[in-house]
Design a binder for this molecule. Structure first.
Ligand SMILES: [Zn+2]
Length: 459
């Protein structure tokens, strides 16, 4: 394939791709017989984007669900659920996502029953860790004495914490198809993904491999998960990722066991990744890594609150931070309301990490964040909430730094971005306009085409 008139490094050039590589770059390259030609008309040619932290199956499911998150209030939520209830065939599950207490408080089965009495309904809290079930749903999940349902006075409240795998076995949830989500991500220039779900096991691995083989999943994929993935081997396009530890500060694991698990992951030639959204999570993860030792590639996911003393430790340990700047835009107003004054300067830091020489990569955490990488880059530059307030404005990045968060390799987040030169793998994202114009309105960027390893996956 010949790409004509692309902007690359400030110049307007033609590029020839053959098999999976860039084989020629020059002005005015001749078209070879039978060669496909795409006219970039001056659009910027960039490395293909990488989303270093998301949850693919949850994202696909979210696209078929009712959005239950802020800024809706209780009335608006009830209305949305009733509307969806009327549209679905009888007996089919109704699924809501993104719930937060600011919408209707600490609701339980009774609130849900009053809204959707007949149909099984489940709402997911936006943290991804809690499901709320109505009575019709509870009746279908076959309660037993040892199930993980929360109970008060012997009766299930409808709350179910950290039990996705259990719920799947109960309701026979098939994993949703990934084609639509994958095509949409490709249309935004995304050529590589890292699925960071902590419960990914060999079954999940096979599902991803199958989706790639069928051509349903267009991107390269790195798969984090449980210790079960120690047993799998990476293939081209499907990488075994880190062992993921999902800490929650109200229920931290045994420290010595955690250290043993870190050592076991390292011994299996795997890195580790820690979900850290509070000071407590981060302190605990850093202490465990200090004790068990760090392997190159070990990661902190989110690092949502990172005061200077922790940032220093992250730097000393040589950890990678994978952040979600988009949360500032979509949740920033709630942070300003709920987070203590003294923690606000340390929320979803960006520049602070870079200044300390810490490798930093960007991601969406979709479906818990907006899946559009350009929206996240825009948020990294503007650091404004939906209502326009600034959140730790000194942490803001330049558009070029924001782009770099999303272009480092899947296997080396925050490391050097591969150069687009002759001989390089053709992993590319082509914009509709030159970078000089695009950089001023990142959220509005349009992508003309994307190639993963020389193959056109969008455009
Ligand atoms: Zn996540």
């Amino acid at each position: 394939m010949l790409i004509r008139r692309a902007e690359l490094g400030g110049l307007r050039v033609d590029l020839r791709l053959r098999e999976n590589r860039i084989v020629e770059i020059a002005e005015g390259l001749p078209v070879l017989p039978g060669e496909d030609v795409l006219d970039a008309a001056g659009g910027a040619l960039l490395p293909g984007l990488k989303d270093h932290h998301l949850h693919l199956h949850a994202l696909a499911a979210a696209r078929a669900s009712v959005d239950c998150g802020p800024p809706a209030d209780a009335d608006a939520l009830a209305q949305a659920l009733r509307y969806a209830d009327r549209k679905l065939p009888p007996g089919q599950w109704l699924r809501g996502i993104g719930y937060h207490e600011s919408v209707a408080g600490d609701i339980d089965r009774h609130w849900l029953d009053a809204t959707v009495p007949e149909r099984p309904l489940r709402l997911q809290h936006r943290s991804g860790r809690l499901w709320l079930l109505n009575s019709a749903a509870l009746a279908l999940v076959e309660q037993s004495a040892d199930d993980p349902l929360e109970r008060r006075g012997g009766r299930a409240t409808g709350r179910l914490y950290d039990a996705d795998a259990w719920l799947r076995t109960r309701i026979g949830g098939r994993r949703p198809a990934l084609g639509e989500v994958s095509r949409w991500l490709a249309s935004r220039g995304v050529t590589g993904l890292c699925d960071t779900s902590h419960d990914n096991d060999t079954a999940a691995w096979s599902v991803f491999a199958g989706a790639q083989q069928r051509g349903e999943l267009l991107q390269s994929l790195r798969v984090m998960g449980s210790a079960a993935l120690d047993a799998v081997s990476s293939t081209p396009g499907l990488q075994r990722g880190e062992r993921k530890f999902h800490l929650h500060d109200h229920e931290l694991p045994d420290f010595d066991e955690l250290c043993a698990d870190i050592r076991a992951a390292h011994a299996a030639n795997r890195g580790v990744a820690f979900h850290c959204v509070s000071r407590v999570d981060l302190a605990f993860a850093l202490a465990a890594l200090q004790e068990a030792g760090v392997r190159g590639g070990d990661r902190i996911e989110h690092a949502s609150v990172c005061p200077p003393e922790f940032l220093e430790q992250v730097g000393e340990l040589g950890l990678i931070v994978v952040t979600q700047p988009g949360f500032i835009a979509i949740r920033g107003d709630a942070y300003l309301r709920d987070v203590e004054d003294f923690d606000r300067p340390w929320l979803y830091r960006l520049r602070g990490f870079l200044d300390r020489g810490i490798r930093l990569a960007g991601s969406s955490d979709a479906p818990y964040g907006d899946a559009d990488p350009w929206a996240a880059m825009d948020a990294a530059v503007r650091r404004r909430t939906a209502s326009g307030q600034s959140v730790a404005g000194m942490e803001s990045l330049t558009p070029e730094q924001a782009l770099a968060l999303f272009t480092s390799p899947l296997e080396a987040p925050g490391c050097e971005v591969p150069k687009l030169e002759v001989g390089a793998v053709a992993d590319l994202c082509l914009l509709t306009e030159p970078w000089g114009a695009a950089r001023n309105a990142l959220a509005e960027i349009e992508v003309l085409a994307a190639w993963r390893e020389g193959r056109l996956i969008s455009g």
